[in-house]
Design a protein around this ligand. Structure first.
Ligand code: GMT
Length: 377
């Protein structure tokens, strides 16, 4: 198949997943064309069968904002025609599904047919989508997609609850590549971070408010009082400055390290003992899955798709949003004995296997096939 992928090319979960999907599909013999405004962050090495087309974001003196949607629609039309694509797979309802619909209509007017699949990742539905400003476009573009997937049962339900959707939504979970995400020996690294054998807690995110990174710091504060430990904060985003100030205020700067954006997350997860995800909303929680694949148990909230990933009392624990006390208690419980920690580590890795890329990729392929068979002009 010749597949065009549209996504946000950032470090965010949807961009990561879309990029890994494209790379995985290319390895299975498909021709994959990424059509994005910047090279996707995870598209770092040359891959046979993978092509990248940049959407130019030129400013026009007349317009206050660069017309990105128009530029993307035009680029999709050009690439579908020139590269003879069979299908478009767009990640995020807005604006990508509505743009794909526009491109499809332009192509139809020229006698060329290309169906598009939309994958809902979460923020498009739970945070942005149910803002009334966007609701008509989100509803329309989901209903007009030739196929729709959601990354968890929870997100599927929320989409039906919030919007008037007539289309079927297929759940295809986030996936993990064990070729990359697995526990490896990084002892030298561990010694540098935790020279006295301290436990290492990790959080990765884009430091948006929805991630509640402040809670991570308060959970760590409690753990630190009971167990010698260090906290690694990986990523960057709007909350970072405020979080650095908080660490200073509570006097824990020397135990907490801000590592910024990192490409080789798996090397940091290799030395981690516990992953903290206290999000206010999480449609799946790809970062938690990456940790679990590296044998790191997860302390999380119980929102969205997290109960489909983190099994309470087995791969980690879940608590209510904002219940720092409960999350800290559970963290201390896991970290206080090697036998308990090791049992949780093993369970986390076993659960992660459910989301192995080799299980999930064929589900996308089968879905594309069914869309190509059934889609109507
Ligand atoms: O979590 C983020 O801030 C990034 C966000 C995105 O849209 O890129 O991630 C969403 O999509 C991921 C991949 O499907 C999911 O694993 C994340 O749970 C989801 N984030 C939220 O729902 C907040």
């Amino acid at each position: 198949m010749k597949i065009g992928i549209v996504c946000y090319p950032t470090y965010g979960g949807s961009g990561v997943l879309a990029t890994e999907l494209g790379i995985g599909l290319a390895k299975r013999g498909h021709e994959v064309h990424f059509i994005t405004y910047k090279r996707p962050a995870r598209l770092i090495t040359f891959q046979e069968n993978v092509f990248y087309h940049e959407v130019s974001g030129e400013d026009y003196p007349l317009f206050e904002y660069a017309p990105y949607e128009t530029a993307l629609a035009s680029k999709l039309v050009e690439i579908v025609k020139f590269e003879k694509l069979d299908l478009l797979h767009v990640h995020y309802a807005i604006p990508h599904a509505s743009v794909a619909y526009m491109a499809k209509k332009i192509l139809l007017a020229e006698g060329k047919y290309v169906p598009f699949v939309t994958t809902l990742h979460g923020t498009d539905i739970t945070l942005v989508g149910n803002n009334n400003t966007f609701a008509p476009v989100v509803t329309f573009s989901i209903n007009k997609s030739d196929g729709v997937t959601a990354v968890s049962e929870s997100l599927k339900k929320q989409t039906y609850d919030h919007f008037n959707i007539q289309n079927d939504i297929k759940v295809i979970y986030n996936f993990i590549d064990f070729g990359r995400f697995r526990k490896s020996d990084k002892d030298h690294f561990k010694k540098a971070i935790a020279p006295n054998g301290e436990r290492i807690l990790v959080h990765t995110s884009n430091f948006r408010k929805v991630k509640r990174v402040e809670d991570v710091i308060y959970i760590f504060k409690e753990v630190y009082h009971e167990i010698p430990s260090k906290l690694l904060l990986i990523g960057d985003g709007p909350e970072r400055h405020h979080l650095e100030e908080l660490c200073r205020k509570i006097g824990l700067c020397h135990e907490i390290r801000f590592l910024g954006k990192q490409d080789a997350i798996e090397e940091l997860l290799a030395i981690a003992d516990l992953f903290i995800m206290p999000s206010e909303m999480e449609s799946f929680g790809l970062a938690a899955l990456e940790a679990m694949a590296c044998e790191v148990p997860v302390i999380s909230t119980d929102v969205g798709g997290l109960p489909e990933v983190n099994i309470h009392g087995k791969t980690g624990f879940m608590s209510k949003v904002g219940d720092v006390e409960s999350m800290a208690k559970n963290a201390i419980n896991i970290l206080s004995h090697d036998e308990i920690l090791n049992k949780f580590r093993k369970n986390a890795m076993e659960q992660a296997k459910r989301f192995d890329i080799h299980e999930i990729l064929p589900q996308y392929e089968a879905y594309y096939e069914s869309v190509l068979k059934t889609a109507v002009w």
